[in-house]
Write a protein that binds this ligand. Structure first.
Ligand code: SAM
Length: 232
């Protein structure tokens, strides 16, 4: 269970109304039950229910069971698509160990805005579900050209597009340990965006194979290839 509270041995952890309702109402847990807690910073702790109240429960941290498992340094940048598919991308990126998830507005992006809070909640649920101890931050929607203008050049970009070279080859050839994967919208990148990306020495156009994948499939495929080469 994710809690937005510091965790340490002996620490009392107050639960929110939603968490209390879930644990004691839905899951029917009671005093003495032991639950694994994480907060994305301190690792994972086993905690015992000390107040099984459906409105404001409490737990006591007992033993630390795992250190924080910081995922390798890859971000996923993608142009939001339809709501359900955007949710899917965020969920899978969190499961696949993206360290940060960055929705970007491109020329052909359909979404004018996103519900950042909802997407962050999806990332959190995915981290809980897959036993992660880290929750990737989902940033607000930003314009791609703005993001590139402020870019830290030590982070290389694996820019997925029609390209002659495969993603695996680029990851093998380029010596960088901080990466971002960039996936375009259903309509792809505009010629101006392509030209801009091709100009940047830290951006590498890569192919994910001969078939045109949907953006959500492309995001999962690109993360899989990245993790296979540089992940842990
Ligand atoms: N008609 C669009 C085009 O010509 O670019 C297709 C866009 S595709 C549905 C959505 C995004 O997924 C692309 O912008 C790209 O980032 C990624 N993608 C899909 N298939 C890919 C492939 N085979 N290689 C590299 N990237 C791919």
């Amino acid at each position: 269970l994710y809690v937005d509270q510091p965790l340490a041995q002996g620490q009392t952890v107050p639960l929110t109304k939603e968490q209390s309702h879930y644990l004691f109402g839905v899951m029917r847990q009671d005093n003495g039950a032991v639950v694994a807690l994480f907060n994305g910073v301190d690792g994972e702790f086993l905690a015992e229910v000390t107040k099984a109240n459906k409105k404001n429960g409490e737990m006591a941290c007992r033993a630390k069971t795992r250190d924080l498992l910081m995922p390798p340094d890859v971000w996923l940048m993608f142009a939001p698509i339809k709501k359900a598919r955007t949710d899917f991308i965020v969920e899978k990126a969190a499961e696949m160990g993206a360290r940060r998830i960055v929705p970007v507005n491109t020329e052909f992006t359909n979404a004018e805005r996103i519900r950042q809070d909802r997407l962050q909640a999806h990332a959190l649920e995915a981290a809980e579900q897959c036993g992660g101890t880290y929750v990737p931050e989902v940033t607000d929607l930003q314009k791609l050209d703005r993001v590139l203008a402020d870019w830290d050049e030590t982070r290389h970009i694996m820019f997925c597009d029609e390209a002659l070279v495969g993603a695996a080859q680029v990851l093998g050839d380029v010596a960088a340990d901080k990466w971002a994967i960039l996936i375009g919208p259903e309509g792809g990148f505009s010629e101006a965006e392509r030209a801009r990306l091709h100009e940047l020495p830290f951006a590498h156009a890569v192919s994910l194979g001969p078939r045109i994948l949907r953006a959500d499939t492309a995001a999962v495929a690109a993360l899989t290839i990245w993790q296979q080469h540089l992940g842990d």
